[in-house]
Design a protein. Structure first.
Length: 149
């Protein structure tokens, strides 16, 4: 990943934390990064309103400005599950033969098993701006697209 994609990918963690805070959306269904463009797709049981989406971005950018740390813990899978439970996982499973996990933590905000590269301080992300969002009722998926600026 080049440095813009490291920032965009890191923004996904911040955005997920904000989505959990505002919507209580727990499960990530998929993620996408291409340069400064990112998309977070969440499993969610209803269509949110515009106000909720703008709250998510407000909270995410507030967290970015705080300069929160990205902490990475390398743990045995069993140990990680015991310590953090299923919060470390997304809807797409990690293959069972992976025995060691990198747990990426923004303290009090987001925790996720992830082996990609991250910034060390949320301020390095810059700012995230909503591109568009849509809710797919049949699949109960909320897609939030954004750009890092
Ligand atoms: Zn990550």
């Amino acid at each position: 990943m080049d440095s813009i994609e490291i920032r965009t990918h890191s923004a996904l963690h911040v955005l997920k934390g904000a989505s959990k805070k505002i919507l209580n959306a727990k499960w990530t269904a998929s993620t996408y990064v291409n340069g400064p463009h990112g998309r977070l797709t969440l499993k969610f049981d209803r269509k949110p309103n515009e106000e909720e989406i703008s709250q998510i971005f407000k909270e995410a950018n507030k967290k970015i400005l705080e300069g929160a740390s990205f902490i990475v813990e390398k743990l045995q899978r069993e140990e990680a599950e015991k310590k953090y439970g299923d919060e470390i996982y997304d809807l797409f499973p990690i293959p069972p033969d992976i025995k060691e996990l990198y747990i990426v933590i923004i303290p009090g905000w987001n925790i996720n098993a992830c082996n990609k590269q991250h910034v060390s301080d949320t301020r390095e992300i810059g700012e995230i701006k909503l591109d568009h969002w849509r809710y797919r009722n049949a699949k109960q998926l909320l897609e939030i697209s954004f750009n890092v600026i």
